[in-house]
Design a protein around this ligand. Sequence first.
Ligand code: PMP
Ligand code: GLN
Length: 384
Amino acid sequence: METGVSLLSKLPGTGTTIFSVMSALAAECGAVNLAQGFPDFNCPDRLMDLVNQYMRKGMNQYAPMPGVPELRKRIAEKTKNLYGAEYDWQSEITVVGGATLGLFCAISAVVRENDEVIVIEPAYDSYIPAITLNGGKPVFSKLKYPTFQINWQEIKKLINFKTRAIIINSPHNPTGMVMGTDDMLQLEKLTEDTDIVVISDEVYEHILFDGQAHQSVCRFPSLASRSFIISSFGKTYHTTGWKLGYVIAPEKLSVEFRKIYQFVAFSTSTPVQYAYADFLEDELHYLTLPQFYQAKRDLFRELVKPSRFKLLDCSGSYFQLLGYEKIGNEQDYDMAVKLTREQGIASVPVSVFYHDKTDNHVLRFCFAKSENTLKQAAQILCNL
Ligand code: PMP
Ligand code: GLN
């Protein structure tokens, strides 16, 4: 339909997110979809039964704005048990409709016109639009290729009186990098005695390999006091389509967060919140998630080893990067499209996670898939 309205775009350089683009292309081509990050297996039966039970019990109306108390109490307990950090479930934990929404509201709560926000690239694609819509200016530091370590010296140089926030993400999407204690201590040192807010995207907090422990910002009291932690049940419980997550922050930050969240969404699915509250009682699911996904990572790496792709390190998250230099020298976006159309395997080009489209000829493959899917995918990759 035509519109006579003239509208100046608020996001002129922004197109459709790569996840929609690649999933649509994979569906169109009937390709094996290792592009968008989601499991191709189901969540636990008991979790589905619980949602159903709570629906039948009549828990079908609005939840309290910050989330049902039972769930917030469980999140507080879990955070204390795992990371030793005490948060008040009433004033410091807010259940939200997915991490994307949590990130958007956290960024909106702190970023004003002309504020600078440090973004570490490659970066998850929702951060920059959220900063821009709030009038902020993203300033960039690249992870060092190919180890993807954080360049703290560069970050130190980026900090000035305009720096309002820094966004970190560990385990990291798309690289699989994991921040260690040293990284956290560096961040602590750089932000000490400043008003910089840390926005810590910890959606893969339970997907770390080789016995590493997740270094949540809340393990570090000085960082915890200036941080929003954003997590997502979608990653932990194989339920990305349920869009439920939570945001933890000191009371003063949470108050500002909720002022925005209440008018963006007000609250989120009631029966699902009750179901997670019950399911969280069983620690085993999230405590065994590292082994569960490590087996998938190891299988995928083993299967792809004979191919001409270069395997980059993967210490966490459910993404494996593969370098394709020996296969072709197209731009990574073109290569991802070509492999989907001609070979029936979909991936995500890593350049989309850089504002300047840095292209190291690397593609991202999601290994949150059944053994069969991984075998099918690897067979295609090994034939290239
Ligand atoms: N942050 C990162 C790093 C992600 O990979 C994702 C996507 N799964 C999200 C945030 C968004 O999570 P959600 O689906 O809960 O909105
Ligand atoms: N986080 C998922 C990924 O990185 C996708 C999320 C989405 O589709 N918005 O693939």
